[in-house]
Design a protein around this ligand. Structure first.
Ligand SMILES: Nc1ncnc2c1ncn2[C@@H]1O[C@H](COP(=O)(O)OP(=O)(O)OP(=O)(O)O)[C@@H](O)[C@H]1O
Length: 257
């Protein structure tokens, strides 16, 4: 069953010079998939994520998430749709410093007035899955970057969203923390069945995905799938990036092991 289906998506930013950021994008993500979006800087990755996540409307084209068109919803229903159906993870974590880790994680359930017993059970389940049960009473400034991002992932999946969207989730992390965070996405995907769409520049992070879609100049350029071996997939990603990624500068930020 498809969770995300986009067809004929176009996004044009008007200004002194108009930018055609997305050109005729067709894309389907099935339930339980873990999909990465890669491409050179300015290729349209964040624009695609913003259009899918209903932050930025397309000029033309269709977006269906779990068989409904979020752009047809009223403002109020769209806010509820985002909170219940979508999970978001950002590069800079977006946690509230005044709250504990536990309070940050249950925030979406608090907003939906869920009973305390349900919140507690779900908190236990997601924090065990992401291996952060021992930091629940800490403030976000007392924990590491990797722990902050795992807290953000826990907050994003506690509502069991149909689609988890992440924009450069390892962009602010060192390579060790990046691995731990990507293992957390993989755990959410494999053990909780969460469908994930993740934008990244980082081939190591991307190697945890099952399928990578490459965008260039706002168009779909290539697609590769992972087999059994993550190391082989990592090399395949580097090869594809060097073919589609444009100039060698695009590869300058690659972290090797
Ligand atoms: N709000 C905006 N107004 C005008 N142009 C924009 C806006 N947002 C993005 N663009 C342009 O649209 C194109 C795609 O940008 P986008 O941010 O989606 O690329 P990206 O692949 O995510 O880049 P990066 O990897 O550098 O984050 C770029 O040419 C960018 O300059």
């Amino acid at each position: 069953m498809s969770i995300l289906h986009v067809k004929g998506l176009n996004k044009i930013y008007t200004g002194k010079v108009a930018t055609h950021a997305l050109c005729d994008i067709d894309l389907t993500i099935d339930e339980g998939e873990f999909v990465g979006i890669m491409g050179p800087s300015g290729s349209g990755k964040t624009t695609l994520l913003n259009v899918v996540s209903t932050i930025d409307a397309p000029n033309t084209g269709m977006v269906r998430i779990n068989n409904s068109d979020p752009y047809k919803l009223s403002k109020k229903d769209l806010a509820i749709f985002r909170r219940r159906q979508l999970g978001f993870v950002f590069q800079d974590f977006n946690l509230l410093d005044t709250l504990t880790v536990a309070e940050n994680i249950v925030l979406p359930l608090t907003l939906d007035n869920k009973p305390l017993t349900e919140m507690d059970a779900k908190l236990k389940q997601v924090t065990a899955l992401l291996e952060i049960s021992d930091i629940l009473h800490k403030r976000t400034y007392e924990i590491s970057g990797g722990q902050r991002q795992r807290t953000a992932i826990a907050r994003a999946i506690i509502t069991s969203p149909v689609l988890l969207l992440a924009d450069e989730p390892t962009g602010a992390l060192d390579s060790k923390s990046s691995r731990v965070v990507m293992e957390s996405f993989a755990a959410a995907n494999q053990q909780k069945g969460t469908t994930v769409m993740l934008v990244t520049h980082d081939p190591l992070a991307a190697s945890y995905c099952q399928r990578i879609i490459f965008i260039k100049d706002g168009r779909l350029a290539a697609e590769i799938r992972r087999g059994e071996n993550r190391q082989t997939f990592f090399q395949k990603i580097i090869d594809t990036l060097s073919f589609w990624g444009g100039h060698s500068g695009e590869l300058s930020s690659i972290r090797i092991q």
